[in-house]
Design a protein around this ligand. Structure first.
Ligand SMILES: Cc1cc2nc3c(=O)[nH]c(=O)nc-3n(C[C@H](O)[C@H](O)[C@H](O)COP(=O)(O)OP(=O)(O)OC[C@H]3O[C@@H](n4cnc5c(N)ncnc54)[C@H](O)[C@@H]3O)c2cc1C
Length: 322
């Protein structure tokens, strides 16, 4: 159920390093730092060393914060983390849980009652792609380059926050950088063919104390905050959310914005994405096709788009590009 008493802010962390290392304006890191400073713990999604698996883990110090900050656009494993959170909550320690709205809903259901020492954060969620697709993509990249992928950044701000890129760092330090729309995995994510079935009718939006996203539409909604370094959209959904926001807001430059304006530019705040017809055949094809073939089929779903893509490639090759 969508709650209406939300307050919305555009937020930039004052510390540029935090902003650069975050997906949007660094709001998650500021909230995490506040909880760590009072002896609490943070639960968020961390990539495995081979980048193939994403798992929710608990950290209790600043040195580990880097591994759970930033968006990774595929399914994170919850495993037995809810039980571990319950044990920590029962010691009286503060816990900050960050995940997708459905993961927050799952935690609340597991706990069965409200805990005053639990704060929940959800990402404003477009939907979550299959981890099998992500592993297939990595296998394809590694085969293509003959090297292992050492790290991945889904939200590189090398060009700017709005024109963010996806970067894979290979084991000889070579980087692969693509604007997100040119990265075949990200293009499939945006095509909506590869999301979990429940993502097309999400029932859990705005269930957490705070929702965090990107302030898309910033140039019209809050131009004074717009310096290309990334701005978080922060939705305060509860009294608990308001209390922690009051504690961290001095570490930010912020502006209150109209909630309705934020929704106009970021429909996933309230609505699920539509299920494309191609979703029905995607997973069958994923199991039998090479990744390159799959990406070509589904990111350019019409003949017109396929032809346009081929012309672009031929043109770029003639110019001596990729
Ligand atoms: C799958 C997905 C879809 C998203 N869709 C949108 C959208 O449509 N519109 C929008 O405005 N924002 C969306 N976001 C949120 C956005 O990418 C940023 O995470 C958000 O702006 C917060 O940025 P930040 O700089 O404050 O924090 P960051 O440092 O980016 O922290 C992000 C937090 O999300 C957690 N996280 C990262 N990946 C996952 C994952 N796969 N599953 C669960 N938790 C994860 C991290 O542990 C961390 O706590 C999405 C995020 C994800 C993971």
């Amino acid at each position: 159920m969508i709650r209406k008493e939300t307050t919305a802010f555009g937020v930039n962390a004052k510390d540029d390093k935090i902003r650069y290392e975050s997906s949007s304006g660094g709001m998650f890191s500021l909230l995490a730092m506040e909880v760590l400073s009072i002896g609490g713990v943070i639960c968020g999604a961390a990539l495995s060393d081979d980048c193939r698996t994403l798992t929710h883990v608990i950290i209790n110090n600043l040195d580990e914060l880097a591994k759970i900050r930033k968006s990774k656009y595929f399914q994170s494993r919850i495993g037995d983390i809810y039980g571990k959170i319950l044990d920590i909550l029962n010691t009286g320690k503060m816990v900050l849980f960050s995940g997708t709205p459905c993961q927050v809903a799952g935690l609340k259901k597991f706990l069965r009652k409200d805990y005053s020492n639990l704060i929940t954060i959800e990402v404003i969620c477009h939907g979550v792609p299959s981890s099998k697709l992500w592993r297939k993509y990595l296998d394809w990249i590694e085969k293509k380059y003959g090297k292992n992928v050492k790290s991945v950044n889904f939200r590189s701000k090398k060009d700017s926050w709005e024109r963010f890129g996806v970067v894979e760092k290979l084991d000889d330090e070579e980087y692969i950088y693509n604007h997100h729309r040119d990265n075949p995995y990200f293009a499939l994510f945006l095509s909506n063919c590869c999301l979990r079935p429940s993502c097309y009718s999400c029932q859990t939006k705005k269930i957490a104390d705070i929702s965090l996203g990107d302030l898309w539409g910033i140039e019209e909604i809050a131009p004074d905050l717009d310096d290309g370094k990334g701005t978080s959209l922060v939705l305060i959904n509860s009294e608990k959310g308001k209390r922690i926001w009051e504690k961290v807001k001095s570490k930010t430059v912020f502006q209150e914005i109209l909630y309705e304006r934020a929704v106009e530019n970021n429909v996933c705040i309230e609505r699920s994405v539509l299920k494309p017809t191609l979703r029905d055949t995607f997973f069958g094809d994923m199991n039998r096709m090479q990744f390159g073939q799959l990406a070509f089929m589904y990111r350019y779903p019409t003949l017109k788009l396929k032809v346009k893509h081929i012309i672009k490639i031929v043109f770029m090759r003639k110019l001596g590009g990729r």
